[in-house]
Design a protein around this ligand. Structure first.
Ligand SMILES: NC(=O)c1ccc[n+]([C@@H]2O[C@H](COP(=O)([O-])OP(=O)(O)OC[C@H]3O[C@@H](n4cnc5c(N)ncnc54)[C@H](O)[C@@H]3O)[C@@H](O)[C@H]2O)c1
Length: 271
C-alpha cells in the first residue's frame, strides 16, 4: 500500500539514530516518507538528521534536516517555525527523543534524574507546546509519542528515571488526547518492548545484555518474549505510521504496545 499519509507534513523529533543501523526515529521518518509524507527531521546531531534526509531522498521522498537541541525552548520554537516556513504545515508530530541512564532510587544522582526528565519529557512538552497551536489553526493533527514498556512494567534492570519519565509521557498523552479532541488533534503513545536498535543494544537494559541482535525466532536469549525474538525499528515505525494516518481517525489516548507480547507475561528475565 502507498500513500497512507500522502499530502501530510510530519515533524519528527529525534529523527536520527545514535549509531549505525536503524533507530526508531530514523525508521519512522523513512516509513512516513515512503507513504507520502513530507518529513521535517529534527535532531541535535546534524549528521544524523542529514543521514535520514539522504535515505528519504534516495527513496524519492522529500525531507528537510534541521539541527536543534529539543530541551531548549527557543530551539524547538525555531524548529516548528522552520517547518512551517519550509513545508507550510504540521499534520503529524512524532516525539521520539529518549535516553536511559542506569540506577535505582539510591544510585541515581540528581543530575542524572534531571537530565533524563529533560530529554525524555521536557522535549515532548516543548514540541507539543509549539506544534499544537499550528495543528489547531490547521483544524487537526496526529501526535505520536514514543514511550516504553518500562513505563508500565519492571524492565529487568534498574532504570528508575527512564521508567518514571516514560510514565509521564503516557499520562501527558491521555490528558492531551482529551484536551485536544475538540481540536481534532489525536494523541497516542507507543510502548516499544525490546527493540534491536543501536540505542536499545547499547543503553542500559535487558537488550544491551544480549550477545547479538536476537532477531531470529527461537533464539534462546529471547525465549522469555512470547513471540520469541526482539522487535526491529520497523515494527515501531509501522505502528507509528498507523497512528499518524487517517486509518486511526477514531483512535486517541491509547497506549499501543509493540512488545511481542512481553507485557502479558508475569515475570521479567532476572539479571
Ligand atoms: N530500542 C529499544 O529497545 C527501545 C525500547 C523502548 C523504547 N524506546 C524508545 O525509542 C526512542 C528512540 O529510539 P531510537 O532507537 O530512535 O534512539 P536513538 O538514540 O538512536 O535516536 C534518538 C535520536 O534523538 C536524538 N536526540 C537525543 N537528544 C536530543 C535532543 N535533546 N534534541 C534533539 N535530538 C535529540 C539523538 O541524537 C538520536 O539521533 C526513545 O524514546 C527510546 O526510549 C526504545
Amino acid at each position: 500500500m502507498t500513500g497512507r499519509v500522502a499530502g501530510k507534513v510530519a515533524l519528527v523529533m529525534g529523527a536520527g539514530s545514535i549509531g549505525p543501523g536503524w533507530g526508531n526515529g530514523k525508521a519512522i521518518a523513512v516509513r512516513l516518507a515512503q507513504e507520502g509524507a513530507r518529513v521535517f527531521a529534527v535532531d541535535q546531531n546534524s549528521d544524523a538528521a542529514a543521514e535520514t534526509r539522504a535515505l528519504i531522498e534516495a527513496d524519492g521522498g522529500e525531507c528537510i534536516a534541521h539541527r536543534a537541541d529539543a530541551t531548549v525552548a527557543e530551539q524547538v520554537r525555531g524548529a516548528v517555525d522552520a517547518c512551517m516556513d519550509s513545508l507550510g504545515a504540521i499534520d503529524i508530530l512524532v516525539n521520539n527523543i529518549g535516553i536511559g541512564e542506569a540506577g535505582g532510587v539510591v544510585e541515581t544522582s540528581e543530575e542524572s534524574w534531571d537530565r533524563v526528565f529533560e530529554v525524555n519529557l521536557k522535549t515532548m512538552f516543548l514540541a507539543c507546546k509549539f506544534a499544537v497551536p499550528q495543528m489547531q489553526s490547521q483544524g487537526g493533527g496526529s501526535i505520536v509519542n514514543i514511550s516504553s514498556l518500562a513505563s508500565i512494567r519492571w524492565g529487568g534492570k534498574k532504570l528508575l528515571s527512564y521508567a518514571a519519565s516514560k510514565a509521564g509521557m503516557n499520562q501527558m498523552t491521555r490528558v492531551m488526547a482529551v484536551e485536544h479532541a475538540p481540536d481534532k488533534i489525536r494523541v497516542n503513545v507507543i510502548l516499544p518492548g525490546l527493540i534491536a536498535t543501536p540505542m536499545g543494544l547499547s543503553a542500559p537494559g535487558v537488550t544491551s545484555g544480549l550477545a547479538h541482535e536476537a532477531l531470529e525466532e527461537g533464539d534462546p536469549q529471547t525465549s522469555f518474549v512470547p513471540i520469541g525474538h526482539l522487535g526491529s525499528a520497523w515494527d515501531v515505525a509501522n505502528a507509528a505510521l498507523y497512528l499518524a494516518s487517517d486509518e486511526a481517525r477514531y483512535v486517541t489516548g491509547i497506549e499501543l504496545l509493540v512488545d511481542g507480547g512481553l507485557a502479558t507475561t508475569l515475570v521479567a528475565r532476572a539479571d
